[in-house]
Design a protein around this ligand. Structure first.
Ligand code: FAD
Length: 493
């Protein structure tokens, strides 16, 4: 008899789990998605003939991404990835700019011109991170910690020490660069997963290394086009997909998940996967199993999406504009939870390489301002903040921008929260030490048989390729794990 797998949520974690499992034709897979669209955070913002990614824009770890899709039975050639090189520009408030490249010799030329004397530190950074990346990937990204004690093996603990898990990213970068501007340019990547550069363990500095080593890529048509390609394949394989369908609860009988409830109707399943943002999935399980754990949310984003009457051809696709006091902005986001007055921000202008997103000659532009997540934020100065950022964009990279904007949409953490992101944080729970590795929810998060989880708030964490890696760990577990004799006891997980 075929096995019935039910997936709650059609985010990238749920979709890739379905892709990997549906290679087995015997499995009967159903996805229930509460929104009218699939992809969750990986979706488009549309306006007339314009469209732009609403969430993820930076494609990292292309090999990890393509390998997983290939393992799911989709050929690499179906995913039109274009290299972004230069990777991006970082603009400092003092008027200096620094360009990052994939090619280390080009990078060293850039350093010799802009930051003479820092080239040796950069070489050391690449050398140290190369081995750390391979160790970290093998021991933390490619392993799940369903059995907690496997995390505390001597080998893992030695790797954690080598990765300096006890140190934060910013401090670690000070070992390589003495110019604080470079320290910032190599620590701001923790914001890609909603973490404070001074509170995220140093292993997350592998993200800035990976940009140089594996590059930054762009999926032709936008990152969210990945969802269209995967869904097309799932439909071809007869995976059942129901949008506009919220799951209300998971029924558990004698410690085993047996059904989901939708509109008061019970739908039986042999295994159930939670893909909604994990802390909020707690309310779907019976009271006696709930964790009621208070997690620290990742940072939120104030997002501006614009249609513009021209393409800023001479810019790089991705740009970072740092404020005069980066640390103060971070304190406002992560500690005092205030709306920043003078924030650092990121811009994405894909029209430079993709003319399919806007009418001919016109473009789309996206601006992301890190802001606090959570309820206690006073948003009364939001409009001033937006005006300030547009002023900054005009004077530092997008001349005459105001006159070029023909439409603009704004998205706040409040909307993200309403759509199901924990406390409005954009990236799942924050990547702090005690919410990473074994301390993050695992693929079998409850002492409930046949109930699993995947997504940004679940190990190994957030970011599209990493969530896909989580889906791979889960699919392997569902296909082979149980037969390997894992024994889950209540309270152990
Ligand atoms: C602004 C922003 C920028 C980002 N930038 C990048 C980037 O540049 N690069 C990158 O790699 N990553 C980026 N990310 C992170 C990336 O988007 C996420 O890590 C990833 O998309 C999360 O996938 P997920 O599987 O956790 O699913 P989610 O996207 O969280 O989707 C979960 C789905 O479950 C559904 N759901 C929830 N509850 C129920 C229910 N009860 N019943 C049915 N359905 C339910 C939700 O509606 C949703 O569709 C960014 C995120 C944001 C928000």
């Amino acid at each position: 008899m075929s096995k019935k797998t039910t997936i709650i949520g059609g985010g990238i974690g749920g979709l890739v789990t379905a892709l990997l499992l549906s290679k087995d034709e015997e499995r009967d897979i159903t996805i229930f998605e509460k929104e009218p669209h699939l992809g969750g955070r990986l979706t488009f913002m549309k306006h007339g003939e314009y469209k732009i990614d609403q969430g993820p824009t930076i494609v990292l770890l292309p090999d990890m991404l393509l390998e997983i899709l290939e393992e799911g039975g989709m050929e690499r050639s179906r995913f039109p990835l274009l290299s972004c090189d230069p990777l991006y520009d970082v603009h400092f408030k003092d008027g200096h700019s620094y360009t990052k490249y994939s090619d280390p010799s080009k990078q060293k030329e850039e350093l010799a011109t802009k930051f003479p004397g820092q080239e040796k530190g950069f070489d050391q950074f690449l050398t140290d991170m190369k081995t750390r990346f391979l160790q970290g990937k093998a021991q933390f990204l490619e392993q799940s910690f369903v059995e907690k004690r496997s995390f505390f093996s001597g080998k893992n603990l030695r790797t954690l020490i080598r990765l300096r898990a006890y140190q934060n990213v910013k401090r670690m970068m000070r070992r390589y660069f003495s110019d604080e501007r470079l320290v910032e340019a190599y620590s701001l990547q923790t914001l890609y997963i909603g973490g404070h550069p001074q509170q995220s363990p140093a292993m997350y500095s592998l993200v800035s290394y990976s940009e140089h080593e594996h590059g930054i890529w762009y999926l032709q048509g936008g990152y969210a086009h990945l969802v269209d390609l995967i869904v097309e394949e799932l439909e071809r394989r007869n995976v059942k997909i129901h949008t506009d369908t919220a799951v209300e609860k998971v029924e558990v009988v004698k410690g085993r998940a047996e059904a989901v409830v939708i509109d008061g109707k019970t739908i039986e399943a042999d295994e159930i996967v939670l893909n909604g943002d994990f802390p909020l999935m707690d309310r779907l399980v019976p009271k006696e199993y709930r964790q009621n754990r208070k997690y620290v949310p990742s940072s939120g984003c104030l997002l501006l999406y614009m249609g513009v009457d021209k393409v800023y051809e001479h810019n790089t696709i991705h740009q970072f504009f740092l404020s005069s006091d980066f640390d103060q902005h971070m304190r406002q986001v992560f500690e005092s939870k205030e709306l920043p007055g003078d924030p650092s921000f990121y811009t994405f202008h894909p029209s430079i390489i993709d003319d399919s997103l806007a009418p001919k000659g016109k473009g789309v532009l996206y601006t992301l301002i890190p802001v606090p997540a959570g309820e206690e934020v006073d948003w009364s100065h939001k409009d001033e903040l937006i005006e300030h950022v547009i002023d900054q964009m005009e004077s530092r990279g997008f001349p005459d921008l105001r006159n070029q904007i023909n439409w603009m949409k704004v998205r706040t953490p409040e909307q993200a929260k309403q759509e199901g992101l924990y406390q409005g944080g954009s990236f799942g729970i924050a990547p702090t030490l005690f919410q990473s590795g074994v301390f993050r929810p695992q693929l079998k998060p409850y002492p409930i048989d046949q109930l699993y989880a995947v997504g940004a708030s679940v190990h190994p964490g957030g970011g599209v390729p990493i969530v896909m890696q989580g889906a791979k760990l889960l699919a392997n577990h569902l296909q082979y794990g149980a037969s390997q004799g894992h024994n889950y006891k209540r309270g152990v997980n």
